[in-house]
Design a binder for this molecule. Structure first.
Ligand SMILES: CC(C)(COP(=O)(O)OP(=O)(O)OC[C@H]1O[C@@H](n2cnc3c(N)ncnc32)[C@H](O)[C@@H]1OP(=O)(O)O)[C@@H](O)C(=O)NCCC(=O)NCCS
Length: 384
């Protein structure tokens, strides 16, 4: 078999390296990343975690500016008003929750596709309609997560509580118990950290879908499918699996030695963009540990495992933990079941996806790159 290495084009385009690493694939005013900073609409993430709430960050991402007090109150009211799901959604969630091949991310993907059928503006790609749809998605995704989890636990889902924050409501949906302010605050910080990250795989997937002039629910459904994978959002679940597999600080060195020998990846480490460390990891580590010290001392031995593994990975491989490594421990301390770690990521990142979908539609160009052809040429069907 001869292999042809010409491109699928008459012109001579530049070749991208594997996985489009290092390629600027478009323009965006939503978020900027450097080796040391992650900036949402001009505000650095550490500043946002210290001073903003997730509600304010959602507004910032969607509208481009920090909300005034009245704009924030209006935004919160609209989130509360949107906290309703179509009739029959709990029946469908229950059916899926009992399916033999159940997977939480698959279930959430299906449920988001389902609610799209009932959104009054589902086929309207105007900015105004997309802002409305963004608010509905942000409000409804925690309820969908709550319905799926309630069905898994054979209980009724709980209702949205306007006295809780967005993060507080998400925790309430997951556990069925009203969280205290510190629990809500820890999750709020995590949601801020996970909200946006320029052209990451799921956001890029959402923009590719939006770029065909498909609708927002379709683009978000596709983004959830992309986020599921363990090289992307699924890494927070894989990270806790690995921390639990290591088990104790005494086992860290033996575990890593074997993992390196087997060329096994340590989930929750490494990053396509940050090669000298992901500063979001330290922000959530500090808050997660402080929370565990106060409320969940039984989680501290796993924090010790996480921190020693981090130290050894830096020393031996010069590879740093990413946000998922310590988010996994924070979620463990919050008693969030492991299969909900990536769905919680969805509840946050949907704010970034919606901002990007709107930006894509506002100045649309079909995203359609070329490939370098590596298959055979000149074959004849009757001669093969
Ligand atoms: C995130 C990730 C996909 C980035 O991948 P990338 O930019 O394509 O980088 P590569 O996978 O090519 O890694 C470069 C080198 O570092 C090593 N490396 C990267 N991440 C590693 C990890 N988590 N554990 C062990 N080695 C790792 C690779 O084996 C490779 O080594 P080599 O050059 O000797 O082959 C990768 O670091 C990874 O798979 N991490 C684990 C999953 C994860 O945490 N994902 C969440 C990302 S936020």
């Amino acid at each position: 078999l001869t292999v042809n290495t010409t491109t699928n084009s008459e012109s001579k385009p530049k070749a991208a390296s594997g996985g489009l690493a290092g390629i600027i694939a478009g323009e965006s005013a939503v978020c900027k990343t450097t080796q040391t900073a992650l900036i949402y609409r001009g505000y650095e993430i550490a500043d946002l975690v210290a001073h903003a709430t997730f509600e304010e960050v959602m507004y910032l991402l969607l509208k481009g500016n920090k909300p005034s007090t009245s704009e924030l109150a209006d935004f919160r009211m609209r989130l509360a008003e949107s906290a309703r799901l179509p009739d029959g959604s709990f029946e469908i969630a229950t059916r899926i929750a009992k399916a033999p091949s159940f997977n939480f991310m698959d279930a959430l993907r299906t449920m988001v596709a389902f609610i799209g059928h009932f959104d009054p503006q589902s086929q309207d790609n105007s900015t105004e309609a997309e802002l409305n749809k963004s608010i509905r998605l942000l409000s409804q995704i925690p309820l969908l997560i709550g319905q799926i989890q309630a069905a898994r636990e054979n209980r009724e889902p709980v209702r949205y509580d306007a006295n809780l924050t967005h993060a507080g409501n998400l925790l309430y949906q997951i556990t069925g118990k009203k969280p205290n302010a510190d629990e809500s605050k820890l999750l709020d910080s995590s949601l801020i950290l996970y909200a946006e990250h320029d052209f990451n795989a799921s956001t890029f997937a959402s923009r590719v879908i939006a770029g065909t002039l498909s609708d927002m629910h379709s683009a978000v459904t596709g983004a959830i499918a992309a986020l599921k994978g363990p090289l992307h959002g699924g890494a927070n679940e894989a990270a806790l699996d690995m921390i639990q597999e290591i088990g104790t600080v005494d086992n860290v060195d033996t575990f890593l030695e074997k993992a390196f020998a087997d060329k096994r990846k340590i989930m929750g480490f490494g990053h396509r963009v940050y090669k000298n460390g992901d500063h979001r990891a330290e922000l959530i580590r500090r808050q997660g540990r402080a929370y565990a010290e106060r409320y969940k001392p039984s989680a501290l031995p796993l924090f010790d495992v996480g921190e020693l593994t981090d130290k050894r990975m830096r020393e031996q491989k010069n590879i740093f933990p990413n946000l998922d490594w310590y988010s996994a421990l924070a979620y463990y301390a919050l008693d969030i079941p492991i299969e909900l770690f990536t769905p919680v990521f969805v509840a946050s990142r949907v704010s970034g996806w919606c901002a990007h979908i709107m930006e894509q539609h506002a100045n649309n160009k079909l995203i359609r790159p070329l490939s370098r052809y590596t298959g055979p040429d000149d074959r004849l069907w009757m001669e093969s």
